[in-house]
Design a binder for this molecule. Structure first.
Ligand code: ADP
Length: 328
């Protein structure tokens, strides 16, 4: 059976980008078709300045939202990265396999490093090495497929390269994984700045739909989305990124195709209204279920405890084998 691994970082409230790029597919397809593991990757939240209590709170919230979205602990394994030592154990061996040059080439490192430096913060070494930890997350489980948004493709490529290199040098140890992307909305853009990704750690929330925003707020944000000053609705990501973004969001929500939806609309207002309605409908059950689960922290903790126990059992033999292969 195909093994799938993917994760969410608890650095902020989850967004519509996280949902359409990742979580939606995990719920609708992956957990039914594969042996799937989904992880709150809290160690990755430590690469930038953070408040310890907030990381803990956001980890629990991310897990709660994953369950609220429909991940079923009877069908998949949901756990928290730091509860399973194998990730950090394997990461060091992979650091001994990766090169400084290939990590410095990572786009996210360049972008986030530049942002940190511009705000006068020193850049943590873990910001550079985090793709290696992500490779460890993936390789520890013998993962075949990693369902992610477009922004993570380069990091999954690194995991592939490290698996191949380690196997060639030390003998076959790791499955070589591949990234899979959603057919539409692989990169949901910020509604106020459709040239940049909708990201949970961005400063302003005006262009970001959070999964727990109430229906009125979702509508307001979408109705105020930045578009161009034209009239005709067409799907052109290069020339008309704001419109293309709305068409992709709508298509992902209703299971359509953005290029085919474009000619249906004769005004931007109508497109925005339908997109807002579709997003509100998509998120409604998630928000209702979240309210129930948030009141039952014991249940969420029990799911996570059981998940990490199973994850440890899956990862340990392969990580032990990697230690043996490398000469330890
Ligand atoms: P973030 O950038 O919000 O911190 P994470 O690193 O936690 O996201 O990514 C979790 C998953 O959500 C990944 O698979 C990532 O590719 C996906 N994702 C994040 N933002 C977007 C977006 N704007 N559009 C599509 N997918 C996204």
């Amino acid at each position: 059976m195909t093994r799938i691994f993917s994760g969410l970082k608890p650095t902020g409230h989850l967004t519509l980008g996280n949902y359409l790029g990742a979580l939606h597919r995990w719920v609708e397809a992956d957990q039914h078709q594969a042996d799937a593991l989904f992880c709150v990757v809290d160690l990755h939240a430590l690469t930038v300045e953070h408040d310890p209590a907030r990381v803990r709170r956001l980890s629990r919230q991310a897990a709660t939202l994953m369950l609220a979205a429909g991940l079923d602990p009877a069908r998949c394994n949901l756990f928290v990265q730091s509860h399973v030592d194998e990730h950090a154990r394997l990461s060091y061996l992979l650091e001994c396999t990766a090169t400084d040059g290939e990590l410095r080439r990572m786009i996210q490192y360049k972008e986030k490093g530049a942002r940190a430096a511009a705000s006068g913060q020193s850049v943590r070494l873990s910001l550079l090495t985090y793709p290696v930890l992500m490779a460890a997350d993936i390789l520890a489980y013998g993962t075949d497929e990693v369902p992610v948004g477009e922004d993570q493709t380069q990091h999954v490529e690194l995991a592939r390269d490290l698996a191949v290199r380690f196997n060639q040098r030390y003998g076959h140890t790791f499955v070589v994984p591949k990234a899979t992307r959603p057919p539409v909305a692989a990169r949901v853009m910020d509604l106020q700045d459709p040239t940049s990704k909708m990201g949970k750690s961005h400063e302003s929330g005006a262009g970001i739909v959070y999964l727990l925003d109430d229906a009125d707020l979702v509508r307001r944000k979408i109705m105020r989305a930045v578009t161009d000053s034209g009239h005709e609705v067409e799907y052109d990501k290069e020339r008309r990124p704001g419109l293309a973004n709305l068409l992709e969001i709508l298509a992902a929500c209703i299971g359509g195709n953005p290029a085919e939806l474009a000619p249906v609309y004769t005004s931007y207002g109508a497109l925005k209204k339908d997109t807002a309605d579709a997003v509100v409908e998509l998120l409604r059950p998630l928000r209702e279920r979240h309210a129930e689960l948030a009141a039952d922290a014991g249940y969420v903790d029990a799911v996570l405890a059981q998940g990490s126990e199973r994850a440890r059992g899956t990862a340990r033999p392969r990580v032990d084998a990697a230690y043996a292969a490398i000469g330890l």
